[in-house]
Structures are given as structure tokens and as C-alpha cells.
Design a protein around this ligand. Sequence first.
Ligand code: ZN
Length: 108
Amino acid sequence: MMIVDCACDVEIATDLANYLRNHGFDAKSEEASVIINEENVWQILKLFLKETNRSGYNIRRIDSTNLLLAREVPIEDFGFLRCEMCGYVVSNEEELLTHRRAHGIQLL
Ligand SMILES: [Zn+2]
């Protein structure tokens, strides 16, 4: 089983789950995550991004069951903060802390 965290993007999670089901995978979305009953999902995720023209997105491996799908945005000019785990962008420190908790990892 693999879990794809879509970095708070419920829309892409829903699209991805539908795409996977259309390609014969057993997948479901839960808020901004997609749970897939399949180990080898890297290629199909790449195909999803390509076929849905989501060229600004990247897939990262967090650990053996967790992948992260997030958009790369140039933010440095705007004074925003970027999550160092997935590249998700927030506008202040508090949002960043909240977002990091979504990864299920406590950072000191
Ligand atoms: Zn993150």
C-alpha cells in the first residue's frame, strides 16, 4: 500500500484517485491524500502528471509507504516560507508549523 500526500490539495487528490481507478488501480482519496493498494506507483504518478498537464508538480519519496505530490513555486521574491519536506508554500511561520504537522512528523 502506498499513500500519496497531495500537500493539502484536495482537488488533485480527487483527480488522482479517479485517474488511478480508471487505470485499474484500487485507490481512494481521503481529503488531500490518496491511498493506493499497490506498491509500484511511481510510473503511474508520473503519467498522471503528464497526462493532466501538471508540469509544475513534483513527486518525492518520504519513506517506504509515503509519497508526496506538490507544486514547485518560485516564492523567494514574496517573502513566503517553503516546507523543506515537500516544497509546499505558506505565508507565515504559524502556517508552516501547522503544515508540517500534516506530515505526521514533529520537528524540534
Ligand atoms: Zn510539507
